[in-house]
Design a protein around this ligand. Structure first.
Ligand code: UFG
Length: 323
């Protein structure tokens, strides 16, 4: 298939581009390079630099390649920043997405694989989290993703778009070549790796008074290559609807730090800090639907493998994509 992939210079988009190409598909990456890296785009892909907010640019790009399907990764994704600047999130994550659907309608493309998030659920009613839980986001980031899910449902009903919502839990790890390079970095695993590399003094643990066995937040960490494979299954099959993508295993912040100490052989000093606003105690996926319907089988569910791969990538590329 030929996939029009937005955000292919970003973390999840770059690894998915690589996996699609490895599987024999063709990829056109559409990315503004505002946050992504040119070096993160697999050289086997066609690259069109452009901004989703420029309606005509999206339409022209899509018309020029006439893809079979769209995968939409490009978005702002920092929960904290979305609380400070909500309109920035709605403009980019909603308006940019609308331009993409308009371009699909003009070109006659139907399949839309959307990078959604467990943040659309807000504080979950129950754990593990199934796709039918109420969606009550507690930050503008999650709200922007939910709004766009709803827009896609109307686009399905009224203009025949076939959307798949992939609701990611915590993406982490790396492929051999592509990994996580955000600026600023806010995610737990890369920050822990920076401490092991001596680039930071310590890792802050945001709160030890949560309702969990060790008091630190529990998350479901999913290997980036497994996440990418779920996209390939979603686009090549005849699917629509929502799928949670996680391993179904929760690890606390404290447990992640301990596994990282073991993997890296470094002490990784940690300091207890204030809670970060908006962090639910636990977010753990019930990923049975993705396994059953998509036939998804995560190959790297073990946290030790995930952290080993993140560590290996950051050791191989200590400056990220800068070099
Ligand atoms: N944490 C720390 N110290 C840090 C960084 C993070 O203790 O320096 C904690 C957080 O409080 C949280 C856990 O580690 O409990 C994981 O935090 P991340 O920032 O790595 O990931 P989040 O779970 O906050 O966010 C991820 C994605 C978001 C998505 C969200 C859904 O990055 O895009 O899951 O809740 F919206």
């Amino acid at each position: 298939m030929h996939i029009f992939l937005t955000g292919g210079a970003g973390y999840i988009g770059s690894v998915t581009t690589e996996c699609l190409l490895d599987a024999g598909h063709k990829v056109t990456v559409f990315d503004s390079l505002e946050l992504g890296h040119r070096a993160a785009i697999d050289p086997r892909a066609t690259f069109i630099q452009g901004d989703l907010l420029v309606r005509e640019a999206v339409r022209e790009a899509m018309a020029s390649v006439r893809p079979d399907a769209v995968m939409h990764f490009a978005a702002y994704a920092l929960v904290g920043e979305s609380m400070e600047n909500p309109l920035k999130y709605f403009r980019n994550n909603v308006t940019g997405g609308i331009h993409l659907v308009e371009a699909m309608e003009a070109t006659g493309v139907k399949k839309f694989i959307f990078s959604s998030t467990c943040a659309t659920y807000g504080y979950p009613d129950r754990i593990p989290m199934t796709e039918d839980l109420p969606q009550n986001p507690v930050n503008p980031y999650g709200e922007s993703k939910l709004m766009f899910e709803r827009i896609l449902l109307w686009a399905q009903e009224r203009i025949g778009i076939q959307p798949v919502f992939l609701r990611y839990f915590n993406a982490c790890g790396a492929s051999e070549r592509y990994g996580e390079d955000h600026n600023p970095e806010t995610h737990l695993i890369p920050l822990i790796v920076f401490v092991a590399q001596g680039r930071r003094d310590h890792i802050k643990i945001f709160g030890t008074d949560y309702d969990t066995p060790d008091g630190t937040c529990i998350r479901d960490y999913i290997h980036i290559v497994d996440l990418a494979q779920a996209h390939i299954l979603a686009v090549t099959g005849d699917h629509t609807g929502a799928f949670n993508l996680g391993n179904g295993n929760g690890y606390s912040v404290q447990e992640v730090i301990e596994v990282a100490r073991e993997v890296t052989g470094h002490p990784i000093p940690a300091q207890v800090a204030e809670r970060r606003p908006g962090d639910p105690d636990r977010l753990v996926a019930a990923a049975d639907k993705a396994r059953r319907v998509l036939g998804w089988q995560p190959q790297h569910p073990d946290l030790k493998t995930i952290i080993t791969d993140a560590w290996r990538w950051h050791q191989a590329y200590p400056e990220g994509y800068a070099n």
